[in-house]
Write a new protein. Sequence first.
Lengths: 162, 452
Amino acid sequence: MDLAEIRRLVKLVEKHDIEELQVEEKDFKISISKGKKSSTPQQIQTPVIPHPQIDSVDVDSFKHQHTDAPVQHVTSDKKKDENVVEICAPMVGTFYRAPSPDSDPYVNIGDQIKPGNVLCIIEAMKLMNELEAEISGEIIDILVENGQSVEYNQPLFLIKKA
Amino acid sequence: MIKKVLIANRGEIALRIIRACKELGIETIAVYSEADKESLHVRFADEAICIGPAPARESYLNMPSIISAAEISNADCIHPGYGFLAENADFSEMCESSDITFIGPTANMISNMGDKIFAKKAMQKAGVPVIPGSEEAVQNKEEAVELARDIGFPVIIKAAAGGGGKGMRIIRNEEEMATAFSMASTEAEAAFGNPDLYMEKYFESPRHIEVQLLGDGKGKVLALGERECSIQRKHQKLIEESPSPIVDASLRAKLTSVAVKGAESVGYRSAGTIEFLMDTNKNFYFMEMNTRIQVEHPVTEMVYNIDLVKEQIRVAAEGNLDSLHLLPEPYGHALECRINAEDPFNNFLPHPGVITSFHEPGGMGVRVDTHAYAQYKIPPYYDSLLAKLITYGIHREEAISRMKRSLEEFIIEGIPTTIPFHKQVMNDENFVKGMINTHFLDNFKLNPELKE
């Protein structure tokens, strides 16, 4: 399920007399509900979401993850290429794309990386830990948002190996 | 006010804590290793965070990982359960410095009571009887004989630097001392590089009696009776009960007042247990203090009609025991059998694997605390405890008959379990009479024909 699809579902709920909509796929579950007082779906903040956070949608994420693969996530067909690998979080913490709020991100989609390049920071217990690349390749996707909480082995980047 | 608790544990105790939190309206955060992804505690919690790969050292014992998980999920408190980090003073301290309430005692209490010598001295000072013995290493055979006369035969000499039976000798009279002392000393030197020996009174058939305590951390401690845990195999408890068949109201009053005195002397906070050794004359001696909730806590819960995990959370939230109204005496009798994924007919060898069929017993007076279910894959990385089967009756006979019935009803297939072992113990004449002690299983003959 991608962003466009989610937006479509949100519009659906908004437009029609639907109070709650739940959709479940193999490794993704989404629940959209409308508050009774307002006419627009309510915004629900959950601090721990591995998928992009969207207004007015409560994405069931750290709950009920039934997949076979040890590393699971939902995005695109980009992964089907055998040359594409995931770089996953080696620890629990908060993901930051740049060394500080006003700096530029370490990397962007399309960048070429090689071993030793710093890709991001994972902050845990007030310590900033730089995550370095161990392979060479091109960043074809960044799977988490700046400031998002991540768990152990959560996929962060998709790299097309050089 | 506590809104969110992170459970730093797994298996049945994690589920136990989640249940207590749910009833208190508190949100729960489970942490899990990659091996526990399909675990029940992960499914039942409101949120779950993967903290590392399977090995405990990298997950359930990984302090930074767990604290980090508490930070990103905004947990108010961490409940450590039992085992893992429950008695790790550093972890308790890390929680406090990260502004997270540790549901348990303070780091100081944990490290003090964890030091056996310190604990013994502290209890002695508080007037708690301790096992008579030498304060330091026994220098030579002559001193050994002197000391043994003071303590009273039989005595046991043990290696100061280690355990496991090496450098250990039981001495029943003065004549045996010289040889025993030399041999033990040589053995200790060979095994641990240190020939030092210390001496303690030896009890022939002691009973393991422990007292459940709850402290407010401000000087007040309440006791919730005793448990007997004499049925042990290699110092691992297998069957526990409350009350002890050997303890009457007046002995209970003595035991609990002594235990309370000991715990109050260290200003104890949260749930804890003081373990005693009881000799055949009903004299009891301090063994150690466990500064955590224990595996066998349910038997106390049944006879005192109390939820100990909730009380731990309450005392952590409120800082007092004011709302607690205890039954003055235990009511009825409760038994617990630990169902492990072990083969009792093959030296209790642990057996990870897949449970193909699982059906819990039920009905009056039956409680099952378990994280297992049909199709559950038991990981090989952690302990073998699968389920705790607890029965309650108006008296011990009823608790035993309910245990027999429940063991018959309990179906676990796909892996061997200790159910057949427990069935045989429930039918043992001495067990039924309450004639048990810590050597019970040494003399117990498991019938290899009764595998069901």
